[in-house]
Design a protein around this ligand. Structure first.
Ligand SMILES: Nc1ncnc2c1ncn2[C@@H]1O[C@H](COP(=O)(O)OP(=O)(O)OP(=O)(O)O)[C@@H](O)[C@H]1O
Ligand SMILES: [Mg+2]
Length: 294
């Protein structure tokens, strides 16, 4: 890809241009992935910018983002390709009619016809492999698929080619950049991990979270961003069921700006905790902490 990947610094700058604030490890893994043509496995807590990273990389590279959203039960027909059965049936019926009217149609004719490009439904993996233009392939939440589907993904990531029995083998004309994300719902196979560069994206450091707030929340002051960042940081140190993620930090900051709050006092913080925390017990714990630290 172009020289936006010339060095980790360039990567960092490029991402910043897309309002994605990276750190050293993010920038260097993305740089290496571009240089080595290896997929990146991004792991970390919910809402820390794993999905957004792939989107930002695609935009900075001027590449098309192709996303395969994983879920339990995802199979080859939804990940790779399937035949358009309904259309095939209609064509067979049409050929039956033609035959009844005297046309000579052999099964071989029919087969060649209905297993041709016209009847192929491309799914994200095949789309990425066949794409002529630059693409970034995002295999999102890969830990949700069954181990058999993971094996299929692995096979594709090692060869960047797909064999379609009726059409032949399709090989990628260029190795796409690939990002796999995982929330660690289950352990991924050693083989998949070996194939990928590993990137752990944790909650951002205070300075970076402040920058994210300023980049994403219109009208926020430096002071408010700083306060939001600090309070969220304190809450992440508590023993909670679910810590606030970057998404929640942003929701909170937006709400404060919209309601015209310039500085957060403990009362405001407590009254708006429901934007940051999603469990009653967490809200109670956090309220207590805010009262004590006031
Ligand atoms: N480093 C960052 N720079 C800019 N925005 C960020 C950053 N990290 C997170 N965000 C913002 O936080 C929100 C959540 O990010 P994202 O959806 O990528 O999280 P995720 O890690 O994929 O979460 P999940 O595990 O729930 O899918 C998005 O609105 C994104 O813009
Ligand atoms: Mg995500």
């Amino acid at each position: 890809m172009s020289d936006v990947f010339a060095s980790p610094k360039d990567v960092s700058r490029g991402l910043e241009g897309q309002s994605y604030l990276s750190n050293e490890s993010i920038a260097s893994v993305v740089y290496l992935a571009a240089k080595l043509g290896k997929p990146v496995l991004v792991e970390g807590p919910a809402g820390t910018g794993k999905t957004e990273l792939a989107k930002a990389v695609a935009s900075m590279a001027g590449a098309r983002l192709i996303r395969l959203q994983c879920y339990e039960g995802l199979d080859e027909s939804k990940a790779l390709y399937e035949w358009n059965y309904k259309k095939q049936l209609l064509r067979i019926q049409a050929q039956n009619i033609a035959e009844a009217e005297g046309a000579e149609v052999t099964w071989k004719d029919i087969e060649d016809d209905i297993f041709s490009e016209e009847f192929l439904l491309e799914r994200p993996l095949l789309q990425a492999i066949r794409s002529e233009d630059q693409v970034v392939l995002l295999i999102d939440e890969v830990d949700r698929v069954e181990i058999e589907t993971e094996a299929l993904l692995l096979e594709i990531l090692s060869e960047y080619q797909v064999s379609i029995p009726e059409l032949g083998t399709v090989t990628a004309s260029q190795v796409p950049m690939v990002f796999l994300t995982s929330n660690n719902m289950r352990e991924l196979s050693e083989a998949l991990k070996r194939r990928c560069l590993f990137l752990y994206v944790d909650y951002p450091e205070l300075e970076r979270e402040k920058e994210i707030i300023k980049a994403k929340v219109e009208g926020v002051t430096d002071e408010l961003a700083d306060q939001v960042g600090r309070i969220v940081r304190t809450l992440r140190e508590l023993d909670l069921k679910k810590h606030p993620s970057v998404s929640e930090t942003l929701d909170w900051a937006r709400a404060l700006v919209l309601t015209g709050i310039a500085t957060i006092d403990p009362e405001t913080a407590k009254a708006t905790l429901n934007l940051l925390l999603k469990y009653k017990s967490d809200i109670e714990k956090a309220s207590k902490e805010l009262t004590l630290s006031a």
